[in-house]
Write a protein that binds this ligand. Structure first.
Ligand code: HEM
Length: 203
């Protein structure tokens, strides 16, 4: 669980940096060049996409197993309580934020990855999509939900990998919150900008 989660954070870093190409120029050239560069990897890119899909599926399957195990453990009287740290907004909503992100991912892939119109002019299509309130607000909410998930998930990943020590835990908790805020803000910049500050062609 921890390993798949941290590898997904690695993907998110690359994805967020790639998205910033959208703001590099007003013509969309920088982002479109980036998409062409990705496509130039051909079969290697397809392999990476398959690996990414496998990573998401493993993460979801392990999360479901952990949730079922926790539910079963709660029914047993002798279960030791209070050994997993304090409850936080992130920790108590892990399952629901995970489910919301999964739902969002389906929408997100249908919006771009599996819509032929995207590949005609990727930058223009992303900008236009995000500038529409029904999509832009969904992307804004997703940014918040991803941040909430990471606010607990990042620290928890190290614990599930066995890297747990009181001094390290306090540091990881702070780092996890910083990373969560960074991702939430980073991903929110795009819907916020294209909803409220962009003077796009179709407006
Ligand atoms: C404002 C926020 C976001 C924007 C503008 C955005 C944009 C995009 C675009 C344009 C693509 C298509 C890439 C391509 O095939 O050329 C894409 C793919 C993808 N995005 Fe996002 N994304 C955002 C947030 C997220 C978040 C928060 C996640 C994960 C929780 C995510 C996960 C993915 C995945 C898994 C793919 C498929 C990658 C692939 O098959 O190459 N995205 N995104």
């Amino acid at each position: 669980m921890g390993l798949t989660g941290l590898l997904l954070v690695g993907f998110l870093i690359e994805h967020l940096l790639g998205n910033f190409k959208l703001l590099e120029d007003s013509t969309g050239e920088a982002f479109n060049e980036y998409v062409l560069w990705l496509k130039s990897f051909g079969p290697l890119l397809q392999l990476a996409e398959l690996g990414l899909a496998a990573l998401f599926l493993c993460h979801i399957a392990l999360a479901l197993r952990l949730t079922l195990e926790n539910l079963a453990a709660r029914k047993q009287k002798y279960v030791v309580r209070g050994t997993h740290g304090e409850k936080t907004p992130g920790s108590v909503t892990m399952f629901i934020t995970g489910a919301l992100i999964t739902g969002y991912l389906v929408k997100h892939l249908l919006d771009f990855r599996f819509d032929e119109r995207y590949f005609e002019d990727p930058a223009a299509f992303v900008k236009l999509t995000l500038s529409q309130p029904q999509h832009g607000l969904a992307y804004l909410m997703a940014a918040f939900v991803v941040g909430l998930h990471l606010s607990h998930g990042f620290r928890s990943a190290f614990q599930s990998l066995g890297l747990s020590h009181p001094a390290l835990n306090a540091y990881l908790q702070k780092l996890g919150i910083a990373i969560a805020v960074l991702f939430a803000t980073g991903f929110a910049v795009f819907p916020l900008y294209f909803l409220f500050a962009w003077n796009g062609p179709a407006r």
